[in-house]
Every structure is written in C-alpha cells, then in structure tokens.
Write a protein that binds this ligand. Structure first.
Ligand code: GLU
Length: 284
C-alpha cells in the first residue's frame, strides 16, 4: 500500500514553527517512501476560523517547498460523514448526551477535590453518564443543549484490549481512562475533533498519522473509535514539540515565530526549515 500522510492545521492562525515541524515530518515520511502528502484544513472550529488563513497556510507551505499532492480537504464539507459516524455509535449505545455546562463540571471537580493542574484537567466526572433513561429522555425532549460523549468504559468493553503502533514509542496499549469520556460532538459546533480526525484519516486513506506528542493521549480515543467504526488502523508518529530557548512549548501565541514574521525578517525557506532541525529527527 502506498504511504499517505497528511498535515492537518486549523485555519485559526498563521503557521508557526511548530506547524512547520509537523508539516515537514508528514512531508518527509511521504517523500522518503515515494508516497502521497496531503493537506487537510481542520476548519470545524466555528468562530475561530478565518477565511484568509486558508490562503496564508497554503502560501507558507508552498514557500517552504512542502507541496501537497491532491486537492486540500476542508472538514466543513464533511459534516454528513461525521454525523453518520456519530449515528453508528449512538445505535450501538456507546455515546451519551451530556448536558453539563463547563461551570457544572468545574463544580463537580471541586466537590470531588480534583482541581485542574496547569494544562492538565481532570477527566469528565461522568455526571450525565449516570442519568437514568427517563431523565435523559426528558432533557432531550425539552430541547436542552447537549454534547455527545463516548462512554469510554463501554467502549473498551466492546473493543477488548487494543493497541497502536508508534514509530517513536513502539507499541502502546489503549487506556480508556486517560481521557475519560471524550466529547465527540460539541454543543456549539456539532461533530468535533476526535470524531472528525478519525473519519477523515480513513476517508483520505492515511497510512501514517503524524502529529505532535502533545496529542498522544488523544490517540487512545482515536484507536477506540477506529475499532468501533470498523476503520483501518494507521501507523502513528508522535513527534517532538518545538520549544523556545527557555524550553517552553511553542504555541500560536508566539507570533514572533510565525513563518510570516521569519519571512519578513529576511529568512529563506531553508533557514526557516532549519529552525526545526533539532526536533525533526524522530529516529533517535
Ligand atoms: N488540527 C490539529 C492541530 O492543528 C491536527 C491534529 C492531528 O494531526 O491529528 O493540532
């Protein structure tokens, strides 16, 4: 099977060095195997998406020499496929509606003595998983806004023990407790990241999913969804993250390290790519 990889940015900002590393990794893996490198705009994040960023992202990638091979895919054109996947999980009783507000979840954590620590938030306390059928039906009938969460325990019972293979980390067994009952469809935008990414990786026949190791925990959910939805299993590569001189992770807030800024400062494409060299080699 030919290698197919993808770079999947959200058009919610300009590309920064972290994106350059992600794009370069996916591109290199495809090119080394004479495979296909794809671009997917993960643009379902409603109000944060801005139309000029599609063009900017494509412009920056071309300038860097990271040319993709097929028409870029936009997730906003794919909602019907995500809804269908959600309906499949609903039919199997593996998802449940969650009516909690963010505030209610935080209050529940406080009651449990589970406070968020830095970037790490405790998992969803399961409030709506424990609703009775009549409580649930009543809320649904009243039109209350709700998300849909994966019932992680039922899900792992259904799949049995499963694992995924990562080029850097080797075999990793899925632990369904790590992310708890992940949101698959949001109150505000409908089908969301975890579901969309899995459906689209299968649709685009991605053989190697490459992304930063900050998303390693998400893959535990993705692997479950692949099994539950009968989708093929890709190989993973969770690459290192770019960090600044103080060792802090780069994010979109670091405007000074956007490709646009580095370009404007007179750097050429090779110099910008070279700034990701340290984190680029995943083989060691
Ligand atoms: N849209 C995600 C991001 O920008 C990509 C995640 C993935 O590659 O699965 O972080």
């Amino acid at each position: 099977m030919p290698v197919r990889t993808r770079f999947a940015p959200s058009p919610t900002g300009r590309l920064h060095l972290g994106h350059v590393l992600a794009a370069r990794t996916a591109h290199a893996l495809a090119r080394e195997a004479e495979g296909i490198f794809l671009l997917r705009h993960e643009d379902i994040d409603g109000p944060r998406v801005r139309v000029e960023f599609y063009r900017d992202i494509e412009g920056d990638l071309k300038w860097l020499g990271l040319q993709w091979d097929e028409e870029p895919l936009r997730q906003t054109t794919r909602n019907a496929a995500y809804e269908e996947a959600l309906a499949t999980l609903q039919k199997q009783g593996l998802v449940y509606p969650c009516f909690c507000t963010r505030r209610e979840i935080q209050e529940e954590w406080a009651r449990m003595g589970a406070a968020p620590q830095g970037d790490q938030t405790p998992v969803y306390p399961g409030t709506c998983r424990n609703l009775t059928t009549s409580e649930r039906d009543e809320k649904l009938a009243s039109g209350a806004a709700h998300a849909w969460r994966l019932d992680s325990r039922k899900s792992i019972e259904r799949t049995g023990p499963i694992a995924f293979h990562d080029i850097r980390f080797g075999e990793i067994f899925v632990n369904s407790d790590l992310l708890g009952d992940a949101v698959l469809s949001r109150k505000d935008i409908g089908p969301a990241y975890h579901l969309a990414v899995v459906v689209d990786d299968a649709f685009q026949e991605i053989t190697h999913v490459t992304r930063g190791d900050d998303l390693l925990l998400s893959t535990h959910v993705h692997r479950q969804l692949q099994v539950l939805l009968g989708l093929p299993e890709p190989i993973y590569l969770h690459h290192r993250l770019m960090s600044d001189e103080a060792g802090k992770r780069l994010s979109k807030r670091h405007n000074s390290l956007s490709v646009a800024t580095l370009r404007a400062a007179g750097l050429g494409p090779h110099e910008v790519l070279a700034q990701t060299n340290q984190a680029f080699d995943w083989r060691d």
